[in-house]
Each structure stands twice: as C-alpha cells, then as structure tokens.
Design a protein around this ligand. Sequence first.
Ligand SMILES: [Zn+2]
Length: 284
Amino acid sequence: MDNCWICSNIADSEEHKFKASDLKRFHGKKMNALYISKKIIELNSYKDKSLKFPKVICTNCNNNLTRPHDDAYDKFVIFCFENHEQILKTQVIDFEEIYGENWELEKVNLYRYYAKHAGCKIVTSNIKADLKNLSEFIKGNIQVTDFLVKFERKAGVQAIMHAFNLADKYNHLYNSETTYWNIHIAPKFGGWLSNNYMTTNWVFGTNINTNSKNIFKNKYETILLTDNHFFEIKEQEDDTEFSRIKFIDQYIIGFENSHNKTTELKVEYFENLILANNTAHNNS
Ligand SMILES: [Zn+2]
C-alpha cells in the first residue's frame, strides 16, 4: 500500500472523483446514470469503484482533516446551482453571500477541497511531482504557492443543461482528464471539475501562484464566461444513426473542452490562467 500524499501515513481510503454528496443529492442512493470515461459505464450506486480514486490518501485525512473543506464545497455548489442566473449576470461570485461572516475561512477551505482533488489527480497520473506545498495548504497553511483555481461558466454546458432538463432532470458532473506539461523540468498539471453550471479550473506547478494572500482576502471572484461560438457539428455519415455515444462525444465533451480541443491549446489556456491569477486583486 502507498502512503497518503497529504500526511504520509498508510493510504487506506478511496477519495471520490465526484463528491458522494453531489451524486446522492441528484441521483438518490439508487442511481441510474452513465459514467463517461474511456468507455461508458452504467452506474447503479454512488459507491461504484469507477467513481473513486485508488487509495492515495488515508482515512483520517479523508474523513476528519478535510471534512470542513468538503462542507465548504457543498455550500458552494448548492449556491452556484440555485443562483446561476445571478452569477451569469454579474459574472461575480460573492463569498460572503455564500458563507456569511465566516467567508474568509470558508473560501480558503473551498480552495483546499479543490487542492485535495487536484493532488489525487496528480498522484494517480503517475508523473512525479512534489506535493508538499499542496499538502501543507490542506493541513492548514493560509497561503499556497503551487496551486490556483479559476471559476468559469461555459455557454455550451448551459445549453445542454437547458435542453436536457426539458425532458428529464439532468445533473451535469464532469471531471476532466489531467493535462500535464513541462514534465522534465518543473512539471505542471491542469484540469477542471464541472458541477452543473459552474466549472472550476485548477492548475498546479512550483511557484505558479504569487498572489494567494490577496486572493483569499477578497470576498469576490470574477468568473470567466466562455461562449460556444467554436462549436461545429460534424457532418453525418449517411449510414450511421446519431447514437448516444456520438452525441456525448460531440456535445458534452465538445462543450466541456470548448475552445481547447488539443493538449497544446489546453496548456496555453492553463498558462494564461497562471498569468491572470498573479495580477488578480493586486489593487484591492
Ligand atoms: Zn493522510
């Protein structure tokens, strides 16, 4: 068994790739859903193995240390779902509106939730990286230099949600593949998680974030708005029907990847997030 990447005890716990509360909230304990990975898997339970990371953290970190981070995440995604029209209009997330007077700690705890997710993605990608700064942040550091987060709304995902919700209740959860680059010098990693209308991008790399103090002091975060002008539907071949798998591939993954269809474009996008992050809130 490996060691927990957060505290280095024996890793005996399986963190969910998608939060169990997200799955239970929308799907109930008996679920009937499709998990789209390299292949499509039918799911009957939120405890399905394919929804979990291999054992890379320990029970104590997963159940005790990161519980407040999980709670901050739950409040965040519920707020973003219920207030998605307002967020689209203002293009701003107000953390005091979500968390009340405790927003400063809760905002950091939300970022710690994404730090845990990112760390698990990095460890399971099998590319060597030093996660010490990330684990110190999760264990209580109030700054983080190797990690950043940027929120985004994707018009294409919204279109899918509205279309699907006409027929049935649709819950959109997406966990991107991990992009990595620069791996022989100083490896960087990027990815994102979507929970319905809200996408959270994360980037990891040594000293990529010189600004976390300013960011954590600010109760507002602006969000990126991504249009769907890039989107083109491929020509239909005459002899094939438009299957569910093709639909998922072209629409859901297409809208999630948005403008960044190739690895090169994804790397460029994440590098731009690093640049923008280090100038954000400097005047506040
Ligand atoms: Zn641990």
